[in-house]
Design a protein around this ligand. Structure first.
Ligand SMILES: NC(=O)c1ccc[n+]([C@@H]2O[C@H](COP(=O)([O-])OP(=O)(O)OC[C@H]3O[C@@H](n4cnc5c(N)ncnc54)[C@H](O)[C@@H]3O)[C@@H](O)[C@H]2O)c1
Length: 347
């Protein structure tokens, strides 16, 4: 039985806790929360995110509770530390946990700066422990389908894609535009697509981005990822000026023998706008593959299932690899640089 300690009982800490309960071979043995003592006592009613259930009163008997992270690290019963803390804390806490001899899974983004991400990857190598980064997107069914057909070669060569992630200004996120705390749309939102693009296409030679700044972070942007032709990859991301569309994501992905389409927008007060995953194939057919549940909670089941399997087998999950997550942060940094400088930037 793998015994996990979750650090940070906020939205993601709750999502991870609920998810581990559905995975065999793992048990949440400890939780750590510094700022909300009532959450250690089981009152999670104030926790709410943009998907998943609203927090409830929890029965946490049998779970050790810590207010201090270092005290949890000293717990000899824990094999895996799950870091659901704000991004600015990821590097220091991850490195401390690895040094304490624990495996680590850390939420996205791995870090706010590539140099911190590199230190985390190096620390895992030195400690001989697994570092998994919770880049969940490729476990969502539409993205997982695209990943699997790219891996299998079912539709021939991968030629390119367009990726989208645009939201109404998240007024409820206090630190959203703070480069030292969250990193704005680039590191909070686009990091998902940057990681997926890196996973599917590899590292581009350069990026060319145009966009608008809000303080020190990019507010809204469009990027061309420059690969050798014929590969063409673009992405748009950021916040729009109006409320009313709290979340949207989508893609077109081009293979030699098929194009995949997907679009999802959560809209206020009217039904969500959805183009379910659709495959246009060479023979003129338009099909909608049967996919697993679209509930985002299922994506976390896939992701954390991979983490647990990695710890059980000692084999890292290819999709949750630390270096890959670091590359995604590098891509974000280069895109910001490209917006600021007004020219293409080598990767
Ligand atoms: N994959 C996704 O879809 C997704 C969605 C939301 C958030 N996230 C990521 O998850 C991470 C956490 O985000 P969140 O929305 O859960 O934030 P949150 O603010 O809801 O939760 C963070 C929790 O950590 C606690 N905390 C802070 N410092 C601490 C410390 N030193 N010791 C113990 N507890 C401490 C806070 O009190 C808070 O309860 C971020 O990296 C975020 O980017 C990922």
């Amino acid at each position: 039985m793998i015994r996990v300690g979750i650090a940070g009982i906020g939205f993601m800490g709750m999502v991870h806790y609920l998810t581990y309960r559905k995975i065999r071979g793992v048990k949440v043995a400890a939780i750590c929360e510094k700022n909300f003592p009532e959450r250690l006592a089981g009152d999670w009613r104030a926790i709410k995110g943009n998907f998943g259930p609203q927090g409830q009163k929890m029965d946490l008997s049998g779970i050790t509770k810590y207010a201090e992270f270092d005290a949890m690290l000293a717990d000899p019963n824990l094999d895996l530390i799950d870091i659901c803390l704000p991004p600015a804390a990821h590097a220091a806490m991850t490195i401390a946990a690895l040094k304490a001899g624990k495996h680590v899974v850390c939420e996205k983004p791995i870090a706010l700066k590539p140099s911190d991400a590199t230190r985390m990857v190096d620390a895992a190598r030195r400690a001989g422990k697994l570092l998994s980064i919770g880049q969940v997107l490729s476990f969502f069914p539409q993205y997982q389908y695209a990943y699997e057909v790219a891996q299998s070669g079912k539709f021939g060569r991968l030629l390119g894609g367009q990726f989208k992630r645009m939201i109404s200004d998240p007024l409820w996120m206090r630190d959203f535009y703070d480069p030292e705390k969250c990193g704005g749309p680039m590191l909070d939102l686009h990091i998902h697509d940057a990681h997926f693009i890196r996973l599917m296409f590899g590292m581009p030679k350069a990026v060319q981005s145009v966009g608008t700044m809000r303080g020190q972070v990019v507010e809204r942007f469009s990027t061309q990822f420059l690969f050798d032709p014929p590969r063409m990859v673009t992405a748009v991301c950021g916040v729009i000026g109006q409320q009313g569309r709290p979340f949207t994501q989508g893609f077109e992905i081009y293979f030699e023998k098929a194009t995949l389409l997907f679009d999802y927008a959560a809209l206020a007060k009217v039904d969500d706008a959805v183009t379910p995953l659709t495959v246009l194939s060479d023979d003129g057919k338009v099909t909608r593959p049967k996919l697993g549940s679209a509930d985002p909670m299922e994506g976390f089941l896939g992701e954390l299932g991979d983490v647990v399997r990695a710890v059980q087998t000692g084999k890292p999950s290819p999709r949750l690899d630390g270096q890959l997550a670091r590359d995604a942060v590098v891509l974000c940094q280069k895109q910001t640089e490209s917006v600021v400088r007004g020219r293409a930037v080598k990767v």
